[in-house]
Write a protein of this length. Sequence first.
Length: 133
Amino acid sequence: MNNAVVSTPELNHLRAFVAVAQQRNYRRAAQQLGLSPSAVSQAVRRLESHLGVPLLARSTRSVSLTQTGSRLYEQLSVHLNGLNAALQQVAGLSDQVSGTLKLNMPRSAACLLMQPMVAAFLAAYPQVQLEIV
């Protein structure tokens, strides 16, 4: 059993590789990622250098996966999809207002000013617990 520690490549390099593997084209992968084709190409080259194996077979007209690249793509695509889903879910939570809102005010102000607004506020922000003291 090999106990050598393998350092982890950069996530952006992995994403670039997966995009090229899916698109089979650097230009389309670059468009998907919002990068230049040269940046995507450089990221894939750095990943190959880091791993010490060729992942893509390149010609002037096409890009295909090597056997090693195909194995890596199968594993990475599942995990990167899960990672992207988790990040999108967490990012969606930042748009939700939640928590406890505690308001200290005289009873007359609560009855006259707050009572008409409470139902609309709670309907707009269902994750908020309102305490009026």
